[in-house]
Design a protein around this ligand. Sequence first.
Ligand SMILES: Cc1cc2nc3c(=O)[nH]c(=O)nc-3n(C[C@H](O)[C@H](O)[C@H](O)COP(=O)(O)OP(=O)(O)OC[C@H]3O[C@@H](n4cnc5c(N)ncnc54)[C@H](O)[C@@H]3O)c2cc1C
Length: 400
Amino acid sequence: MAQATHHEILVIGGGTAGITTAARLRRKGKDDVAIVEPSDTHYYQPLWTLVGGGIEPAAKTARPMAKVMPSGVTWIKDAVEAIDPVDQQVTLESGRTIEYGYLIVAPGIQLDWDKVPGLPDVVGTRGVSSNYRYDLAPRTWDFIKDMKSGHAVFTVPDGAIKCGGAPQKIMYLASDHWQRQGVLDDIDVTFILPGDGIFGVPSFARVLEQVIDRYGINVMYEHEMVAIDAEAGEITVVDRSGDTETTNRLPYDFLHAVPPQSAPDWLKATDLAEDTAVGYVDVDPATLRHTKYPNVYCLGDASNAPTAKTGAAVRKQAPVVVAHVLADMAGEESEKRYNGYSSCPITTARGKLLLAEFDYNSDPAPSIPLNTAKERTDMWYLKRYGLPVLYWNLMLKGLA
Ligand SMILES: Cc1cc2nc3c(=O)[nH]c(=O)nc-3n(C[C@H](O)[C@H](O)[C@H](O)COP(=O)(O)OP(=O)(O)OC[C@H]3O[C@@H](n4cnc5c(N)ncnc54)[C@H](O)[C@@H]3O)c2cc1C
């Protein structure tokens, strides 16, 4: 049998978290870092909202993986299938085994399309789309621009999702477009969400409530879409707002659907997963170290750190993980802590954005010395042009 390969630091996933962390480790002089990543393409997902809103082309959000791999890092083009944290090794889809000294788990989140019966078959066709996939975000815009009247429905699934604000961002961009076209009065816009408030931080929620009123959006709190009947052009919605659950059907002509999400199934099956149905990696929320295996860390969407799952959160998490790995290697302890910082740049119209930044306590955590508790044009330009530059040129290179 072939001998297993060994790497001092093994990173699972070459997405936002994996590349950022590996680049930082290289800058700190670590010369045996490997990333397992199956995909040829790296995506800047935050711009998918603007693709669905007809503002940016999809191609602008994708770059060859080879171009973002930090130099000096070994790219293992394969997918992890299993992790054995006791023997400190991972098994790949190809059957190969890789041993590690330290493991950084960052394979992102799984989109559970099939949890909504009818969704996998129809999404991308017949008025149903989702910005949660690269190939579908342009379809969202096709449907929005063709719509002149009828029912437009935007949904949020129960449970944590990546960028919890994304389902409403596209709703505001669509409503703004319909308003500019003079057809908003003929379109009845409905937002279906499981929570009982529009946003977790009250100061930002107040602004968003005004945006909702401005567009005349009908919000159905404590509701969830559970099935799609594409033949009838109707969805099934569960109402959990009362003492007993009730089920209703609602018509749609355009539906922006966000699938339920969870940790990848293979990761749920490992000993690293928390004991829940969603199975995220169980970490200390301040150090991002695994609660049971001290040489394992997890950051990004796959961890159970109780923050909003965003690339902005990853930017603050990566330096913490790197500091702890380096300290561990030196037999020291790092004082660095992650405070739950996350950010959600909410597009409220073409040219307007509410930059919501907050921490584990849902307290505002502004990083810009401006009043960001209101819709701003400069923050729109930050999202459209500034943040992509920051991402490709600094963050993925371990510089920001
Ligand atoms: C529509 C939308 C809008 C968003 N808007 C924003 C925003 O405005 N601001 C913001 O900060 N964030 C936003 N996000 C969220 C942000 O993109 C994610 O939080 C971020 O990409 C998480 O990084 P990650 O590395 O954990 O996961 P990802 O970046 O998704 O990377 C995971 C990587 O792991 C790889 N992988 C998967 N399985 C395996 C395996 N078995 N073995 C090895 N590798 C594997 C994948 O191929 C992928 O490259 C948005 C996301 C979406 C979908």
